[in-house]
Design a protein around this ligand. Structure first.
Ligand code: E4P
Length: 221
């Protein structure tokens, strides 16, 4: 399973990269705005800065919504760095743009997926990734994990190469449940990834090991 971090914050991306388990980054216009990144050139420079930190898979989202504009924006983003994956919303022109960009060898991530049918369309258009938003479905009392299970079945039925990128992850249990049902990738905040480290028995067990070691070393003096 691949781990992506869902942020545009360079410090958090560096921290996740340093942990040695990071496979990529996803951003969106809201995450860029949260970091105060505005203006076309600043946005492009920020993507370049992210690409300089990680090994691959930097999802950069278009902000236009027409086919022609998405193509123009997508090609400009892809030209920044080979690590860029162009993130395209699940709308009619988006599907057409995914088809076009794929034919040009540009990787795409179809975002804002909330139904199996949307995922199927994106896969048929050749998307490299589909991003079902697990947490946002859970937020409205709908089973987000069920959506990911349904997409897994559909993609396996037809051997689609499109990877399922479970997005809108809220915590460590989401990550574990996604791994159990075969999502190819998760993207979440740094806090969800580092929460996987934690177990109270690990902490008490380690404290006991170190105390026993110290006691034995003192007794041997
Ligand atoms: C996906 O790529 C999105 O950036 C993201 O996961 C949205 O998550 P949110 O529901 O926490 O905003």
């Amino acid at each position: 399973m691949k781990f992506f971090i869902d942020t545009a914050n360079l410090d958090q991306i560096k921290e996740a990269q340093d942990l040695g388990v990071l496979d990529g980054v996803t951003t969106n216009p809201s995450l860029m705005a949260k970091e105060g990144i505005t203006g076309e050139q600043n946005v492009l420079n920020h993507y370049k800065a992210i690409c300089a930190i990680v090994d691959d898979n930097v999802s950069a989202e278009v902000i236009s919504t027409t086919y022609e504009e998405m193509i123009r924006e997508g090609e400009a983003l892809a030209a920044l760095d080979p690590k860029i994956v162009v993130k395209i919303p699940m709308i009619k022109d988006g599907v057409k743009a995914i088809k076009y960009l794929t034919s040009k060898g540009i990787r795409t991530n179809c975002t804002l997926i909330f139904s199996p049918g949307q995922a199927l369309l994106a896969a048929k258009a050749g998307a490299s990734y589909v991003s079902p938003f697990l947490g946002r479905l859970d937020d409205i009392s709908t089973d987000g994990l069920q959506l990911i299970e349904d997409i897994r079945i559909i993609f396996d039925n037809y051997q689609y190469k499109t990877e399922i990128l479970a997005a809108s992850i809220r915590g460590p249990l989401h990550i574990v449940n996604c791994a159990k049902i075969g999502a190819d990738v998760i993207t979440g905040p740094l806090s969800a990834i580092t929460a996987l480290l934690k177990h109270p028995l690990t902490d008490t067990g380690l404290a006991q090991f170190l105390a026993d070691h110290k006691k034995a070393a003192e007794a041997a003096k």
